[in-house]
Design a protein around this ligand. Structure first.
Ligand code: PEP
Ligand code: MG
Length: 578
């Protein structure tokens, strides 16, 4: 039986299924006389839960990253929260009910409250309170959860969804793939699967019901399908597909230390996008020699309070030092607003947050917040090649204002005698059509452009990048996008020493590589795992060929036509992409 889901992490896994269904916890309501004793039992469950969370945090921090481990701090915080814990104790005392029922009632109440919020951050807390509540209930009831931390054979983990505590504790040697009922490409499980390089297909709706424990499962993370109980022929075909994929990846791995250079010697940079310092491991493993986009907002989003200058400095410095002999690091200043919120920075609700007080607009309206970050970046620049990039620039005034604030920070550091790179380069992200169209004007103020196609597409094509209903219109190969990209590159090259990079998802899309190369893009920045494939394509053609391909694509009328043309060209050139 073949089931189609969401392709979340590439590769093929074939193994026995472990259906990881967590026991339903039903908190039966009982009246109690010994209020004191019941409160004591509840306190013990809280303590035990805290200890478990501390262990989980430690394991995650050492096996993954501090950022990933932070989720357990968020869970622990609920156990310290007087409103949550107090509500349970109060209902034990006042209503004379057992701790299980009191806990369930408080969890339900908090869950409903978070669920009702519009803000995606607080909505997300609903899942956390449920996770914490289940832990408390299990500890009160003495129920052990199925142990996936020590497995004796390879498995595909089949689950409704996987909580952070599941991925943290699971046996990372024997879990070969994920197949889940719910999830999206940006869900926690998807992010984890990609960072662990485990093939994953999510959103299969009822995979937990259609799969039995021990049944053989094939997870095809290349196409986003899962085969339950495959036939002999299917098994054979997928074993071959897996071997081919593994061989393809092994072949690509050989390019690790090769340059991204065309057959006639035109060199470009192929670098990586990261969200936190731990991502650097994957970049190095995939042969990335620099960072073209450090999404600094993750540092803010993974924190319970505004990260101070020293905390930011430490994070930036860690990354910068690792690439000081390579292509350096481009740090994007805080890109918050739109769909990204900070719990400790209340912002006014807006009708159209993506067109609202976002990114540089927000930073310019809060100079103190902005200065803290700029000072931290400047201080870190003393430790290796660093560039600063402002997001969501719409006009040259914003660049000038941001640079003026940067200058103030430099003067402050000079007065304090603090070292930094006085020649630090400043660039902007081109995400708004007005910036792309006026690249000739803006180029006087910046050292480089980096095209953020994720937003540039949504603003140019008037297509919400997160709206499924209009996703068919979201096309980075739309002639309008290609023309904007071309204009930015051409304008930057008119000024000596200036360059254009791209850090939107398009930069890592193999179908776009030849066109972007031919248009003269200088730097391709992408998720680490895409680096080898893009490098391979670049190394397979001459710059002249790429220019011809780009020129031809620029004459075409639709994205569909262009896509077909590039795919045919890749086939003709014998360049295999997976
Ligand atoms: C972009 O918009 O292309 C981009 C890289 O920024 P983000 O995806 O973080 O908005
Ligand atoms: Mg963007």
């Amino acid at each position: 039986m073949i089931k189609e889901g969401i392709q979340a992490s590439s590769g093929i896994a074939i193994a026995q299924a472990v259906v990881y269904v967590k026991q339903e916890l039903t908190a039966e309501k009982k009246s109690i006389d010994d209020v004191q004793g019941e409160c004591g039992r509840f306190s013990q469950a809280v303590e035990k839960s805290k200890q478990q969370l501390a262990t989980l945090k430690e394991k995650t921090a050492s096996e993954m990253s501090e950022e990933e481990a932070a989720i357990f701090d968020a869970h622990s915080m609920f156990l310290e929260d007087p409103e949550f814990v107090g509500a349970i104790e109060q209902s034990i005392k006042n209503d004379h009910i057992n701790a299980e029922a009191a806990t369930q009632a408080a969890v339900d109440q908090f869950y409903a409250m978070f669920q009702a919020m519009d803000d995606p951050y607080f909505k997300g807390r609903a899942a956390d309170i449920q996770d914490v509540g289940n832990r408390l209930l299990r500890n009160l009831m003495g129920i052990e959860i199925m142990d996936i931390s020590h497995l004796d054979h390879d498995v595909i983990l089949v689950a409704k969804d996987l909580a952070p505590s599941d991925t943290a504790t699971m046996d990372k040697v024997h879990v070969k793939g994920f197949a889940t009922d719910v999830g999206s490409r940006t869900s926690h499980t998807a992010i984890m699967a990609r960072s662990l390089e485990i093939p994953a297909v999510l959103g299969l709706e009822d995979i937990t019901e259609t799969t039995k424990n021990g049944e053989i499962l094939i997870v095809d993370g290349i196409t986003g399908s899962v085969i339950v109980d495959p036939t002999e022929e299917e098994l054979k075909a997928y074993q071959q597909k897996k071997e081919k994929y593994d061989a393809y990846m092994a072949e690509l791995a050989k390019l690790r230390d090769q340059e991204a250079v065309t057959t006639d010697g035109h060199k470009v940079k192929v670098v990586a996008n990261i969200g936190n310092p731990k991502d650097v491991d994957g970049v190095v493993r995939n042969g990335g020699k620099g960072i073209g986009l450090y999404r600094s907002e993750f540092l803010y989003m993974n924190s319970d309070e505004m990260p101070d200058e020293n905390k930011q400095f430490a994070a930036y410095k860690t990354v910068i030092e690792q690439f000081k002999d390579g292509d350096g690091v481009i740090i994007r200043t805080l890109d918050i607003g739109g769909d990204k919120k900070l719990p400790y920075l209340p912002l006014e609700d807006e009708m159209n947050p993506f067109l609202g007080l976002r990114a540089i607009r927000l930073c310019l309206s809060k100079p103190d917040l902005f200065k803290t970050q700029l000072r931290a970046i400047l201080r870190a620049s003393a430790f290796g090649k660093t560039r600063i990039m402002f997001p969501m620039i719409g006009n040259v005034d914003e660049v000038r204002q941001a640079k003026a604030i940067l200058k103030t920070c430099m003067q402050e550091l000079d007065a304090e005698g603090v070292d930094y790179d006085h020649q630090i380069e400043v660039g902007i992200m081109v995400e708004i059509p007005s910036a792309a169209i006026t690249a000739d004007i803006i180029s006087d103020e910046v050292a480089f452009f980096s095209i953020g196609t994720n937003d540039l597409c949504q603003y140019t094509l008037a297509v919400d990048r997160m709206n499924q209903n209009v996703s068919y219109l979201y096309d980075p190969l739309h002639p309008a996008i290609l023309r904007l990209v071309q204009n930015v590159i051409v304008q930057s090259h008119k000024k000596a020493g200036k360059f254009t990079g791209m850090c939107g998802e398009m930069a890592g899309d193999p179908v776009a590589t030849l066109i972007l190369l031919g248009l003269g893009l200088d730097e391709f920045s992408m998720s680490a795992s895409s680096i080898p494939q893009v490098k391979k394509i670049i190394r397979s053609v001459s710059y002249k060929q790429a220019q011809e391909i780009a020129n031809k694509a620029m004459t075409m009328s639709t994205g569909k036509e262009i896509r077909q043309y590039v795919q045919d060209t890749l086939n003709q050139l014998g360049i295999e992409v997976m």
